[in-house]
Write a protein that binds this ligand. Structure first.
Ligand code: HAS
Ligand code: CU1
Length: 541
């Protein structure tokens, strides 16, 4: 991290990510207020849907993609000890993605792209929205190419050597993202852009939703992998111990990347366009993809236990108390795992066909993904930022105490926000609605939960601004001494001297994915071309 040009590149990516995040948090608080119906002056479905669409795009696409790119450049340069391959190209990727975001933001903020982050045709947005989203994805592909080239070059120069675990995970994620984004790219290029420009009169929502389902599950693992990377490569060292198993970590990343892809129909259980046999196949894959998370939970907790015992913790649970709870990385992983228990439980409920029927399209689903994405995943983005910031700006963190408060408030706020969502879902409150006025006892029963959500959202908003404040203060602090710390990667208990190629490369897994995708999406997509299909006219703007 001594190369100023690389630091500038990484910081630029991370700042875009975190500014998008702060704006989206503001919108989040407005949305819970609007939905609650407590302040009638706020009631406006059109503003609500413009806001929720922007919020979703900023959180799910902008925060994540820019963070993942910036973090990936950091991992690649620090683990491979190589400069970024083709830095000008990396900047091209950055600018393409940023121009895309600005282009998409204009129709989003002016209510011309209120199609939510999942696009939902036949609702149609202004073409600039889809073109902007495409540029963002193309910018991220540039990052994928750079990661793959650096990985390949390193392997050539260090043949037979194990690729550092953090880089292995990053390259797996780049490969995963190329596969993941293909589904939505086809939808946008061949359906949505022509539809928005009026080149085609109708669209087949069944095909569009199938293509989006191709992307919708693996994208969540694209977001998650940096968090798991930090679990494995930073946490054990920060806790004062060792990684329980390097090989087990690789296996977890492989199963995550491979099985994230052929399972998207668990988002379509209640949709008519796919038959039940295909849904069953995707359901089975969904349960397979939960396994690497269990392996991750096990390995990370085992690593924490090693650290706790090395620090003198005794007895069955005594090691938990002796962990360094005031280390931002260690505190984050503990809070992240706690949120994972309940967020993951919700995922298993969703994945089970009969229970999905109960919760699908209800407030339960945003409850699930706020807990597991905004909670489990994003808290690790904070931890990574706190860890890297002093090395990126060469100044010590402005205030560790404030950072700890920020992490705790995020955890508390997210718990208060998402618990009522789960309950409201079970009480039948639909998701993706502005306000539901049934005027009956059912909606009265919702009110206390709505109130809790507003409160949880306020805590989160304060926490988000505190996060950005700490980063900005650290960077702008004129009096701080110079910080020369370097990134420290965790050592496994048993050092890996050599690895079989399947644990050290991606080519086998790329082929496995190709086969699994052909099996799970081949016929379900092809069927649209040889059955009668009925297009829908545009709906919306
Ligand atoms: Fe999900 C919907 C199924 C994980 C994100 N998910 C969504 C949506 C998003 C999302 C954004 O099957 C909404 C999409 C939309 O807008 O329509 N999800 C799953 C399953 C998992 C899962 C099975 N989801 C995630 C992750 C996400 C994410 C990760 C983001 C990062 N999800 C679904 C389904 C739907 C869905 C359906 C569609 C719902 C519908 O009807 O629309 C699994 O990967 C989860 C596995 C996790 C576990 C938890 C294990 C727990 C561990 C913790 C151990 C810790 C301990 C504490 C013991 C099984 C490992 C230690 C304490 C100490 C102090 C040390
Ligand atoms: Cu999914």
């Amino acid at each position: 991290m001594n190369d100023a040009a690389t630091r500038k590149l990484v910081l630029s990516h991370l700042w875009v990510a975190f500014i998008a995040f702060a704006v989206a948090c503001l919108q989040g608080e407005y949305q819970v207020l609007e939905r609650s119906g407590f302040i009638s002056a706020l009631d406006s479905p059109s503003v609500y849907f413009a806001s929720v669409s922007t919020h979703g795009v900023l959180m799910a696409f902008v925060l994540t993609t820019f963070f993942i790119m910036g973090f990936g450049y950091t991992i690649a340069t620090s683990t491979l000890k190589q400069p970024i391959w083709n830095k000008p190209l990396a900047w091209v990727g950055f600018w393409l993605a940023l121009v895309g975001v600005v282009l998409a933001a204009i129709p989003l903020l002016t209510g011309k792209a209120s199609v939510l982050y999942t696009f939902y045709p036949p609702i149609v947005a202004h073409a600039a929205f889809y073109i902007g989203a495409t540029l963002l994805v193309v910018g991220s592909w540039v990052w994928c190419v750079i990661m793959l080239v650096m990985f390949t070059q390193w392997k050539k120069a260090n043949s037979g050597q194990p690729v550092p675990l953090a880089m292995f995970a990053t390259v797996m994620n780049a490969m995963l993202w190329l596969w993941t984004s293909a589904g939505v790219a086809v939808e946008v290029l061949f359906q949505l852009i022509p539809f928005a420009l009026g080149w085609i009169d109708t669209i087949d929502p069944g095909l569009a939703r199938t293509l989006f389902a191709w992307t919708l599950h693996p994208i969540v693992y694209f977001w998650l992998i940096p968090a798991y990377t930090a679990f494995y490569v930073f946490v054990p060292k920060q806790a004062g111990g060792f990684l329980f198993s390097d090989e087990m970590a690789r296996l977890a990343f492989i199963v995550l990347a491979v099985f994230a892809l052929p399972i998207g129909f668990h988002h379509l259980y209640m949709d008519p366009e796919q038959a039940k046999g295909w849904k069953l196949l995707h359901a089975i894959g969904t349960f397979v993809v939960a396994l690497p998370t269990l392996v991750t939970g096990f390995t990370v907790i085992a690593s924490l236990e090693i650290a706790g015992r090395l620090r003198g913790g005794k007895g069955l649970f005594g090691w938990i108390g002796s962990l360094p709870w005031t280390n931002t990385m260690v505190l984050s992983v503990i809070l992240s795992l706690l949120m994972l228990i309940f967020g993951g439980f919700g995922g298993i409920v969703n994945a089970s066909y009969a229970m999905n029927a109960m919760v699908h399209n209800t407030a339960w689903v945003p409850g699930h993904f706020h807990l597991i994405f905004a909670g489990t995943t994003v808290i690790m983005y904070f931890a990574i930022a706190y860890y890297l910031w002093p090395m990126l700006v060469k100044k010590p963190l402005f205030s560790k105490q404030m950072a700890l408060v920020q992490l705790w408030t995020w955890f508390i706020g997210m718990s208060i926000l998402t618990t009522p969502w789960h309950v409201l879902g079970l009480l039948g409150q639909p998701r993706r609605i502005s306000t539901v006025v049934y005027n009956n006892l059912l909606t009265l029963a919702w009110k206390p939960y709505e109130f809790m959500m507003i409160f949880g959202g306020l805590i989160l908003l304060a926490s988000a601004f505190l996060f950005v404040y700490i980063l900005a203060k650290t960077q702008l602090n004129p009096t701080a001494e110079v910080c020369e710390a370097e990134i420290e990667y965790a050592e496994p208990i048993h050092a890996v001297a050599s690895l079989p190629e399947w644990l050290n490369g991606i080519s086998l897994w790329n082929k496995v994915i190709a086969v699994l995708m052909a099996i799970s999406f081949g016929y379900p997509i092809l069927q649209f071309f040889f059955m009668d299909s009925y297009g829908s006219s545009p709906w919306g703007f």
